[in-house]
Design a protein. Sequence first.
Lengths: 249, 404
Amino acid sequence: MKNTSYVILYDGTFYDLINIIEYLLKEKIKPINIKSQEEYIPNLFDITFNPKNNSNKLFNYLFSYKNIFKNIYYAFLTKFENKEMQIFYFIINFFKYKEKVVYYKNLNCVINVLKMTKYVSNENHKFKGFTRFRMVNNNFLVAIINPENNILELLSQHFSRRLKNELWIIYDENHQLISIYNKTNYIIYKGIIENLSFIEEDWEKLWKSFYNKIAIEERKNLKCQINHMPKKYWKYIIEMEGNENEKSN
Amino acid sequence: MSIQEKLEILADCAKYDASCSSSGSKRKNIDGIGNTSYSGICHSFSSDGRCISLLKILMTNVCIFDCKYCVNRKSNNNKKAIFSPEEICEITLNFYKRNYIEGLFLSSGVIKSPDYTMEKMIETIYLLRNKYKFNGYIHAKAIPGANPNLIKKLGSLVDRLSANIELPNSTSLKLLAPNKKENDIHKIMSYVKNNINRNFSPSGQSTQMIIGASKESDFDIMNKSDFMYKNYKLKRVFYSAYVPVNKDKYLPNITTPPLLRENRLYQADWLLRFYKFQINDLFDNSKYFNVLLDPKTDWALRHIDFFPIEINKASFNNLIKVPGIGLISAKKIISSRKYFNINFDDLKKMGVSLKKSKYFITCNSKYYNNISYNKNFIYTNLINEGSNNKLISGVQLSLFDEKY
């Protein structure tokens, strides 16, 4: 591998990232960083390079290792800045150790990719519970979410099975992504939804009173509550609305 | 009475049931609404820190039984309410659509007779499953004394069917729940055990014991759990610290629920089910758990000669005996050490907690920071670290005084 001072740019998609890593491996180029064009802030000293490759060979090869592919894909969905380089090193080690690479927990890139994967699947799991829909015009459901990682695709898979016969929209406010489901497929695209400030009084009131009644006063434990349901998520969890500034003890 | 008022009453009365898990079932959504998640999903957490997964309600809080500890007992003059089957369906479906809940937990006071109560519950759940094509999670409580045919029907509609034993022995049950027969509850459990399959209570059964309402020791309670795990293949025994809702000469005069004791029982329960501990390992001379140390650490200090455990050589069964090393950490260690030699830094990187385990392990025959190895030293250190733990300090210290 040639050490270079290149900053490699890709188009922000997982597909392109893997294709570009394939190119780098073939040309034996070790860059100093890999960034998506959109996130990259130009810098006088960087030599940027935007290779083109559509072979998909590496992509298909990785795809045949289900567990490895899942780990890399989930790591790609995280918010972490150095994720691309960690994936790059992880793939290099994958060629060395094949699917056993995940057991080499003394390698930083392995530890990091596994951590990122866990981080994404944990957050995805949390949002399977914390997402709150509102019914609009007795016709379709709308939810706003604010996850740290880009879990909308994973979450949409979940709800397309669960709420199969409903029309729904999930808006990821942090990543400005919208997922729209039409009872058959969901499509995710970039965009902003504004003015979603309506509420659904009856059901929300009923839910809030259930929520308050189910707690046992004698067992009050706000610390435990916050551990399981961090405050950063409270904004759209309707039973917590208005509690964000409440002091915990 | 409005739906709102009914829900408030019937949720308030259901809250003392500890079970809220929604795991263990793989029900799919076939052209209806809902499915289940094998690992279960928590949708919210109430201010007591407990998970809210299911719409946990009673069908009614009217009850012909007079169990001393129960808020719904016949002799209590609290406000009574009854949900109709359609009302329960409507709330369940609307909460489910909005993703407030994972499904329904339906229990009930005994209205008219056990059979009548069960029939009404079956009607409700039948509607949900068939008319509304609801495939979300349903946990129903069987009513002790009901006809086995009804138990069969209900079990075929739900993901989990269970009955609460409530008290660890028949003497206490007679004293505190005079209308409940222990035998009726065992009958339900054994029926469910013998019939569990894909179409009958697929996620198994669980039960609950109230802790601190009667005089049984931790030893008695764990023995009862062990017996039920072995004989009825229960998924879980839930331990529910007694919340003093009623005054009665047969009930202990306490003001706070014994939460630390409940916690120790859960820890011991885990050791029994997943860590290959036997009842005899859990207790030495006392019939109560050590309040200062968790049962695994307590065991480790009583068996100090068993340690240290060498991380790079020990068997899985020995690794999981180390305080601070759980099943996941042990699996990680076993799967990784084939490929490289593990040192303390690697353990940290792998996310294995060293807080307690460092006293009981070696990596390549070396102790952590070369700590000198001595029972009293470890004991003092663990107690000091533990005293930062909120469970032991503060309000809940008062629990030490209760000898129930």
